[in-house]
Design a protein around this ligand. Structure first.
Ligand SMILES: *Cc1c(COP(=O)(O)O)cnc(C)c1O
Length: 443
């Protein structure tokens, strides 16, 4: 008798699609995605890589672990608070709530009382002005880079932006603020030298072609030694006398001074010093969603808001909702991580170290994300073998440790204390598989 071709035993598409778990998956995943999964599993069986009887369980396992998003939550155990590769600032509970509420239809640009169209993002604007009374007006755009492009385009396209050579910053991934500004059609008029720029350098550059003067906070590097820069309050007297707008790009997004970061500029002080417009990011030290904040003088902010480019860089409703709640709600995780109590960090680290039988060492966290460069945040870390790092990153939950000097370090500064036990489990699992692998290699 002929043998039955095992391929004929492979379950049919319609039967697989009708399985209860697969039907459930078809309600939370796109039909095309589910069918593709079915096709892949059948294909494996046709190639003989999977027995026909194993098709159904393989499909069920695949369907159970498949989500509509491929973005995976990560526990940040690097000690770097504003981690650009991890999406910068984690949102506060208030911001998350606002984000979810705004995900449906929401009155982002509507006055519910009289049914007319209203100013977009009025709530976020009001929250920013309440938190920063020195600002006459505020505008929120897509991100800090967009804020800078909008300001330089509206104030200086076809004219000059006067900027110090000590402040020509590359902000990461090869993006230079200078290229960004030149892309707007403004001409950069560089003054001073890399290490020293004086008031007379600016004074000599101002003229009928000057569109604005720009101060950029060198947020991700430090020049030490024989240096000098002109502070905003001195520069603003010069620009005001010439009737030229002074734009200050602070980067970080601190609205008011933080005694913990004495060298980090803040919006309130820059405005008090006479800056006409201040630019900051929403997702750095402010601890909110990706956004670019422009705060300052009423005439200038409305000039920017009316510019056609403003429409191309406007903030979405989700960002506006989360930003307002970040400013008006409880402390965001970024601020908590920055001010984390060292003793408490030690106790949390010790507890995990004891449970795991691994050593603890002193470890400095960092602000990151181009903020407070070189400013260490003293703390502690679990010390683990380097080989465990990959397993931690790809485990459940995913944990990103710091790998440094041939060891893998777990710093709890940016981990919510309620997640300590998840870290413990993740490290246990990773250590166990590492031991197995080591034993395998030895044998
Ligand atoms: C981070 C930064 C920017 C860019 O802001 P994004 O929100 O990342 O677009 C611009 N200028 C300075 C000084 C910065 O630190």
């Amino acid at each position: 008798m002929d043998q039955v071709d095992p391929r004929r035993l492979i379950p049919r598409t319609n039967d697989l699609l009708a399985l209860p778990a697969v039907r459930e998956a078809r309600t939370r995943l796109n039909e095309r995605v589910v069918r593709e999964l079915v096709r892949k599993v059948q294909e494996q069986a046709r190639r003989g890589e999977l027995a026909p009887g194993k098709v159904e369980p393989a499909l069920l396992a695949a369907v159970a672990s498949l989500k509509a998003t491929t973005l995976r939550p990560v526990l940040n155990a690097t000690g770097v608070i504003v981690h650009t590769n991890l999406g910068r600032a984690p949102l506060s509970a208030a911001a998350v709530e606002a984000l979810v509420a705004a995900s449906g239809y929401v009155d982002v640009e509507l006055d519910l009382a009289d049914g007319s169209r209203s100013r977009r993002g009025a709530g976020a604007r009001a929250a920013l002005l309440a938190a920063c009374p020195a600002a006459e007006d505020a505008l929120v755009v897509n991100n800090g880079a967009a804020a800078l492009v909008l300001a330089t385009t509206a104030l200086a396209a076809g004219r000059e932006v006067v900027v110090s050579r000590g402040e020509l910053v590359e902000i990461g991934a090869g993006f230079r603020l200078t290229d960004l500004m030149e892309s707007t059609g403004a001409v950069l008029h560089e003054v001073g030298t890399t290490n020293r720029t004086h008031l007379h350098d600016y004074a000599g550059a101002l003229g009928p072609d000057t569109g604005c003067v720009l101060k950029v906070h060198p947020s991700n590097f430090r020049v030490d030694g024989f240096t000098s820069a002109v502070p905003i309050d001195e520069l603003s007297r010069l620009t005001a006398a010439h009737g030229i707008p002074l734009v200050a790009d602070l980067g970080s997004g601190l609205l008011a001074p933080d005694p913990y970061l004495p060298d980090e500029p803040d919006v309130a002080s820059a405005l008090a010093g006479g800056a006409d417009v201040v630019i900051a990011s929403g997702d750095k030290l402010l601890g909110g969603p990706q956004a670019g904040l422009l705060l300052g003088r009423k005439e200038i902010i409305s000039r920017l808001a009316r510019h056609p480019l403003a429409r191309a860089v406007r903030a979405g409703k989700l960002a506006l909702a989360a930003l307002e709640a970040t400013v008006a709600g409880g402390l965001p995780p970024v601020v908590e991580a920055l001010h984390a109590d060292v003793e408490q960090l030690r106790r949390r680290t010790d507890r995990l170290a004891e449970a795991l039988g691994v050593p603890v060492e002193a470890h400095d966290g960092r602000v990151g994300g181009g903020g407070a460069p070189g400013f260490p945040l003293p703390g502690w870390a679990l010390r683990l073998p380097e080989g465990i790092a990959g397993r931690l990153r790809t485990g459940h939950p995913a944990v990103l440790p710091r790998v440094h000097d041939g060891v893998c370090l777990i710093d709890l500064r940016c981990v919510p204390p309620t997640d300590d036990d998840r870290i413990l489990d993740a490290v246990r699992q990773a250590l166990a598989t590492l031991d197995v692998a080591d034993a395998g290699r030895a044998g």
